[in-house]
Design a protein around this ligand. Sequence first.
Ligand code: SF4
Length: 371
Amino acid sequence: MNTTTLKEVEYEQPEGGAVCSTKYAWARVPPEPAPDERERLKARIRRLLKEKNAVMVSHYYVHPDLQDLAEETGGIVSDSLEMARFGRDHAAQTLVVSGVRFMGETAKILSPEKTVLMPDLDATCSLDLGCPIDEFSAFCDQHPDRTVVVYANTSAAVKARSDWLVTSSCALDIVRALKDKGHKILWAPDRHLGDYIRRETGADMLFWNGACIVHDEFKALELELLIKEHPQAKVLVHPESPAEVIALADAVGSTSAILKAASEMDATEFIVATDKGMMHKLRQLNPGKQFYEAPTAGNSATCKSCAHCPWMAMNGLADVARVLETGANAVHVDPAIIPRARMPIDRMLAFTAALKNGQPAGALVPHFGAA
Ligand code: SF4
């Protein structure tokens, strides 16, 4: 793998202090409300959404209640690409983003005039934490001949230093188009996803050394044992997982691609290597099918996540109700960087919209060196 290690990715004692640690995140996960309290909170949220002209935008990895309530009230549950598009295009003045910090920031960059609220502003992401702007900017400065492609899971400042933004659902198409136009790529922050894309496209890619603590923990040997237990099962893997795990997959793709594969593949059993929050939607959409979690335990297991993102788990009903009521936890992005941070996001959204509409998306990618 063509990697350059500038900084070991650190979660437990980073410079940012306790707020960045997974232990802190797990300690902040809200308790499950009692059934009557749960119904009261949902009713309060429904009422507040109407009163405040607000809409819920939830990620597939958050608590099922936040997924179901978003859909029931006219919001969305989706991957980060669709969350960005939906938040930008929806008429509501307030977006309640249940997910992690970079998702709220992306919504704010795309809609600076809207109020973007999050249940917990400390909900972050190991990829974002592992890619601080100063070191990343220095890395980019060392490689001026490379086009900078960053994953959505980054800070607004890192986005503002990039040329293109991608999510796991469009990264292959965008990198392939860049390669076709003569670009060499500097990729950040997820090294597993980057290496998967390099293998698939043959693009010349230089990697930042980041990883998702959830997908990084899936274990190939234990997965092979589970496959032996369920020989009929198809294996669905998110490309943030290690290469040995991806090698065992019947389908590799983003959360949306995993959902599509589960409904379209000719199988009734699936082993799924992504955050277990996805199981809710997979089971909801495929009632006759069986889904098993891919293993994270075994030799060298760290169990920082055990297949569930602690920062995603910090989102809860009580905090959604509280922020809607009080306007607390509004996301702020420095207005000075918004126009520059928006540029790579707009490029991605234009590219994916063209792809969706059957237009020649590659035409939106300039040849390397073109103005
Ligand atoms: S699941 Fe991984 S990539 Fe997603 S927010 Fe959590 S740490 Fe980040």
